[in-house]
Design a protein around this ligand. Structure first.
Ligand code: HEC
Length: 108
């Protein structure tokens, strides 16, 4: 009986430990997003009407962006796209990876 309880606690702790890192990653992504991306792409990836019109921005959570592969999203952020500058040199590969993870959380 006691052993079963201990096993349960151990399993529970393991589940928590496994669940936490992705949360931490999403957290890192949102901070960078707010600092470097939100001015154009808007809160939660939804650009203001003016920004959407002048820059041709699509909601990051919408189908046209979510259908882009992780590799291509990474490339767009790293090398720039349209009126967006390249973030290579400004952001680390790890930060860009976190941003791609964050963009995936915006999926509608
Ligand atoms: C100066 C405004 C501006 C900033 C700042 C900016 N972007 Fe962009 N972003 C754009 C524009 C413009 C496009 C190109 C839209 C197009 O031509 O399809 C774009 C495209 C993208 C794309 C490709 C998807 C698409 O709609 O084509 C991703 C992903 C993206 N941006 C993420 C980011 C991230 C992450 C950051 C912060 C590190 C960021 N952007 C900062 C303006 C900006």
């Amino acid at each position: 009986m006691t052993m079963k309880l201990l096993q349960r606690i151990a399993l529970f702790s393991l589940v928590i430990a496994l669940a936490l890192p992705p949360l931490a990653v999403a957290q890192g992504g949102i901070d960078t997003y707010k600092a470097k991306c939100q001015a154009c792409h808007g809160a939660g990836g939804i650009p203001s009407e003016g920004m959407a019109k002048s820059m041709g921005l699509k909601p990051l959570g919408g189908p046209s962006v979510q259908s882009i592969s992780d590799a291509d999203l990474t490339a767009a952020i790293t090398n720039g796209k349209g009126k967006m500058k390249a973030f290579k040199g400004t952001l680390t590969d790890a930060q860009i990876k976190d941003l791609v993870s964050y963009i995936r959380t915006l999926k509608k």
